[in-house]
Design a protein. Sequence first.
Length: 319
Amino acid sequence: MEKKQIYCIVKKLLILIISLFLILLLCACSEKKLDNAYPSVVTIINGVDIDKGILTSDVIVGTGFCYKPNRIVTNYHNIKNSDQNTNIITHDDIVLSAKLIAKDEQSDIALLEIDADIPHISFADSDKCSIGQKIMSISTPISTFLKGTYSEGLISNLNIIGFGTQRLLQTNINLSPGCSGGPLFDSSGQVVGMVTFKSTEFGAEGLGFAIPSNRLKKIIDRLEQGVETLNLGITFQSDIYQKFGIPGAKGLLVQDIDDGSLLYGKLQEGDLLIEINGIAIHNLIEYTEALEQLSYNHDLDITIKRSNKEQTIFIKREE
């Protein structure tokens, strides 16, 4: 064998060895960073009087995580049936009482306060996420016996708008009841999203959804400042565009208006809402995002179609 051939073989082997070493090093670093995140993840449990050791209602198990000193974020549905105090269990089996300090029912987010020193984890920029990106989760599926369960998978899709009132990340990570409120981590150990639900419609598997970290941060900031999302008290009819995700939606069809709504007596069933303060509305997500940009003292310009004619409803708000 010529020296040139031997040199080429040795060079390829060295490149392969170095590549394998770098991959193992990156994996070890990722594992270490995720190890550091474990203490930040907590179990949420309601329906239990821990002091007395009795059940007080249907038990709800969920997950949450510490995002800043003494603060936990989780899904609102994990704590909605509790009173102002919620039980949490840390990774090292310490039981704490957490006080509800803010909630956004529409976005399904709740903020809790604890009197304990739990490490907090930082957020990644979810706008930089990509389809096929590896992610990991830590959560409490089904039972507190399973707290700290690790799962991994991929980001399956981005900017999903067909479920609920907010844009979501889609993942194929294995999710079970109790995983909601748990963080999704990137390879650096930062949070890219918070698990919110799993779809089992039509027997589907591997359809998990999470609130992206950038949206989560915005909602947390708003809640901590005491700013509530404006609620116009309108119920909309579902149509084929909303139900099946077919492009072409031209607004939201009004079905009902609450008695206490700002628009009560001004909107009618069958009106097509197409614009709020200059923002075009095609679906519930755009409707929600438009309201999130408004505070309770904003004037409102609502554009509708009634009997195929456009009309504008102006609401003057008090400062």
